[in-house]
Write a protein that binds this ligand. Sequence first.
Ligand code: PMV
Length: 315
Amino acid sequence: MSGPRLGTGAAPGKLVLFGEHAVVYGRPAVAAGLGCGLGATVEANQGGATLSIPRWGKSGLVVRLAEDRGIEAVARAFRIALQVVGLDAESPVHVTLAGRLPLGVGLGSSAAFAVSVLRGLADYQGVELSIGELMDGAQAVEQVFHGNPSGMDHTVVTHGGCLRFQRDQSPIFRPVECAEPVPVVIASTPRQGTTREAVDGVRARYEAQPGPFERLFDTIAEITEAGIEALAVGDFGALGRLFDLNHGCLNACGVSSVKNERMVNLARDAGALGAKLTGAGCGGAVVAITPDGGQAVERALLEAGFAAFQTVVGA
Ligand code: PMV
């Protein structure tokens, strides 16, 4: 006898390894899928479509579309995901989203939300989504959260692995060879402001001093290309040094905060081969290279009151 109908879908988070902010000015960036992410479970539900995210905030989030309840952006994103697989607010489905990916700190949680919910709903409905349909659906869902996203997040989250991204090149995305998955510790703290605000801040500083910023972005591009070579041969020592260099440049761009610096320094002091902020900055996440297991680095960050966990990137 078959049990109750169930659909499941999963997607990893993502991390910018090199090149954030400089990528806005036409330089290359490298992003990689994380070894952890989000998972959606879809089951039958009486009385309209609902979504619950038990780990959201202090007491969890429940969205009931039929009653128009829940955080507005999440509700809109959920509606779009339902439409992609031919469902709507009245459909009798309940989606639970779980996973240990921190939300809202630049680790691709909105893209992982989109892709895992779409995969779960498609599985539940018995619908085959092509990669193109999944990417288009994820782009539409992500637009609710990020306005006009670059596409880097949902592309990496859909494909996994490691990708080089450069806006004005064709193709925009190219696979980056990783000799082996890179062991890392990721720590995070709430962000001060949005990605848009961080990007606007860099723009204002750039416009005041375009010459030095152009040279800074060229330096970041050089670090990014060297990082691609280090990934290809699995040279974690070089990767660590390049992380430190890239972080210094991001600090010069004005997107590191006191807490970012503290996390980076704690990780380095506890034995990381290198550490940098990742994504937009101004709080958010930092990533440290930890080929020796990462326990000491994770412990130092947790003891200082930051969220921290060990994972791998580029698998
Ligand atoms: O939103 P985040 O933190 O995943 O990172 C954005 C990366 C930026 O380079 C700062 C912005 C962009 O559009 O590429």
